[in-house]
Design a protein around this ligand. Structure first.
Ligand SMILES: *Cc1c(COP(=O)(O)O)cnc(C)c1O
Length: 221
């Protein structure tokens, strides 16, 4: 608890006011999440649907649950009643299903599109053409129960700060392009989710507005 409180205050004092901390709580116990809650954290990120759906009813209802990992279409229904933000939309099929499940729950669900930025082979994320396709469909107005609020990306897992910085800078450029092209008079395309324990300083320097931090708060998993 003392360690956690030190880590929380250390990281919070480092973050500029426009950057939101998502505490990545995957694999952590409900007791530990409760401690984080008692220290004032409200944004929790999980990457597995089942784990999030199990923890959510055991913890206070004002926690904002973030789905940060790859999301299978057939699992959307388990988190649709309560999820606060889905960071990992990587196909139109998934976005359609989120829209459908949000409508069934009388909600509008906020999402980010996961952009492919890493040089390394990665299974998930949209390239620029796929981003454009999804944003065109969205702008036709058919997806009434989802709200695209920004982009998310993960940099290459590498010791090279230069590679990481280039990838984050490229994502920031894409973010601004998308904003200009698809959200010209809307304030609400405003979230750029990038940065984890190992690279959040660089991510913030390159324009992140939301960092997803697990290890630096809670220790090694
Ligand atoms: C696990 C995870 C994180 C947090 O990673 P740490 O290195 O522990 O901070 C951030 N984003 C995603 C998508 C993750 O799966």
């Amino acid at each position: 608890m003392e360690m956690l409180s030190e880590h929380v205050s250390y990281i919070l004092q480092e973050l500029p006011p426009h950057v939101t901390l998502v505490a990545v709580t995957k694999t952590r116990s409900v007791e530990l999440l409760r401690e984080a809650y008692d220290l004032g954290l409200r944004d929790f990120g999980e990457n597995r649907v089942q784990e999030m759906a199990e923890k959510q009813p055991l913890l206070p209802s004002d926690i904002r649950w973030h789905q940060i990992g790859h999301l299978q279409t057939n699992k959307v229904k388990y988190i649709a009643p309560f999820v606060h933000l889905i960071h990992s939309v990587d196909s139109l099929k998934l976005l359609n299903e989120i829209d459908r499940q949000a409508a069934r729950n009388n909600r509008i669900i906020d999402v980010l599109l996961q952009a492919y930025i890493a040089m390394e082979e990665s299974k998930f994320g949209l390239d620029e053409q796929e981003l454009t396709e999804i944003l065109n469909v969205y702008n036709q107005g058919n997806l009434k129960n989802v709200h695209i609020c920004g982009l998310m990306g993960m940099a290459t897992f590498t010791d090279s700060d230069r590679i990481v910085r280039n990838e984050f800078a490229a994502l920031k450029t894409t973010f601004e392009q998308v904003k200009n092209e698809f959200f010209p008079d809307r304030e609400n395309f405003a979230i750029l989710s990038m940065g984890m324990s190992g690279d959040y300083h660089i991510a913030i320097e390159e324009g992140s507005t939301m960092v997803r931090i697990g290890t630096a708060l809670f220790g090694e998993r």
